[in-house]
Design a protein around this ligand. Sequence first.
Ligand code: ZN
Ligand code: ZN
Length: 236
Amino acid sequence: MTQPEIPQTPVGGGGNGSSSGDGASSIAALRRISRRREETQEQCELCGIGLSDDHEHLYDVEKRQLACACPTCAVLSEVRAGRTTYRRVPRRYLALRDFRMSDEQWDSLAIPVNMAFLTTGSDGGLHCHYPSPAGATESLLTLEGWEELVAQNPVLSTLEPDVEALLVSRVGERHEDVEGQPTEHEYFLVPIDACFELVGLIRVHWRGFSGGGQAWERIGDFFAGLRARAVPEEQT
Ligand SMILES: [Zn+2]
Ligand SMILES: [Zn+2]
């Protein structure tokens, strides 16, 4: 799995749709793909052992990169906390259904798209990134703006620095909020690898100025997956 970095670094390989040829060459292409899958079974980036699809990730806080990890190395990274740059990425997904953020607060972040993710750093830093075809791009987040959000939404004080994010979506799919009011805004507390996934799929699939159908289909799938997986905040 090719992990995008934050911020911009070119994504290696992948993503190019192969043009369909005659039957024989399609079969050859399928064979190539399945062979490539076998060859690229993911391995723990620390010890080299083979990994299942549902493996854990570690986040290197210096390189701002994810590493795929086996259960043993994931646990060891916690034992060695403070002596390694790796942090174990948590696995909690919360749907923040009564999250409060005004249009003014959103506008103050100066995000040119309708998605953003906010993180706190173990160095005390605050970061707001948005996905773009060039990768994750950083935007403005002031301490004042952050403190205001935390005061309105105490759940943010539980964000684990570096490895958890507030993911804001204003992509415009209408649904009902906690009081049954229609809204186009959604808020999730997610592990940082989910943000990397969103950044990666936009980088690979975005076409032209508005993204194109394929990109928006993937974005829709991504948020549908989040909705299915996330637990309502009040249930935790
Ligand atoms: Zn390992
Ligand atoms: Zn992985």
